[in-house]
Write a protein that binds this ligand. Sequence first.
Ligand SMILES: Cc1cc2nc3c(=O)[nH]c(=O)nc-3n(C[C@H](O)[C@H](O)[C@H](O)COP(=O)(O)O)c2cc1C
Ligand code: SF4
Ligand code: SF4
Length: 268
Amino acid sequence: MNLFLLYYSGAGNTQLVVSYLARELRRMGHRVTTRFARKGAELPDRFEYDGLIVASPVYAYQPPQTLMETVERLPELRSAPVFTLMTKGLISGNAPLTLSRAISEKGGIVVGHAEIIMADTLFILTSKRNSLLEKIMLLPNMMAVREIRKLPQRVLRSFEEKVPVPFRPKIYAKLTDFIARKFHKFVEQKVGQFYADERCDLCGACVGLCPESNIRIVDSRVLWGMDCEFCMRCVHRCPQEAIQIGRYIREAGRYVPPKDAYLRALLK
Ligand SMILES: Cc1cc2nc3c(=O)[nH]c(=O)nc-3n(C[C@H](O)[C@H](O)[C@H](O)COP(=O)(O)O)c2cc1C
Ligand code: SF4
Ligand code: SF4
């Protein structure tokens, strides 16, 4: 098969799953074109693939806004079979429904869906570096590895069988929508509080890492704009661990999925 794999990822959980999936599908003889749905990502003019995979984290019970905008920019999918894949901390809320609706509007048919619980890239920042709580927060990755290994076969089976997946609004959606609104208010305050501490060596990595192009270096200072998805990519991936949000995450360790003791097994 000739597949197009569109994904978004902050700290890197979804990216690691996508790398594994693409590598295994290629090993089985399939062609896979992967594209990170960062702001302004280039997309094909025409959809000339046998299937589409859309992979997304769950942020505040929804897919990231930039992924949704990228899906809207896709060419007409001409009834192509689509597999949606979500990584989440625990509760996906209406994220699968939102994504499937956007795909249907582009003319795609969602024939497979998987949700994988992994370390929560936001909550892990509430634990202290090397603490017992941090270790507990990494435990979901142990279970995730088994699920991730099943994905290539699951995707191929869905594309063969082509049975549409019925998505319905979750009964608890009112509650998660309420929490999400509160969370967005919290985020609005926090996006103005990013800064690089004294460990920053102005390497510039964060500028390229940010999927929203929200970071600049001006006059030897790292500056954050307000166009932030709160994906935590810059925070977790800064080589100096220098990025702070106010005083909240100073004590927290940073989480890099390819270095995680459980997930590392997938890269072999
Ligand atoms: C801003 C933010 C909000 C999140 N909200 C949710 C959520 O509503 N439900 C959930 O299950 N996980 C939530 N998570 C956890 C992520 O979905 C999970 O860790 C995911 O695997 C991250 O993937 P990524 O590293 O590819 O971004 C959130 C994480 C972040 C950073
Ligand atoms: S990645 Fe970290 S060390 Fe490099 S410029 Fe950004 S904040 Fe500074
Ligand atoms: S500034 Fe950091 S947290 Fe915000 S979108 Fe960019 S990488 Fe993600």
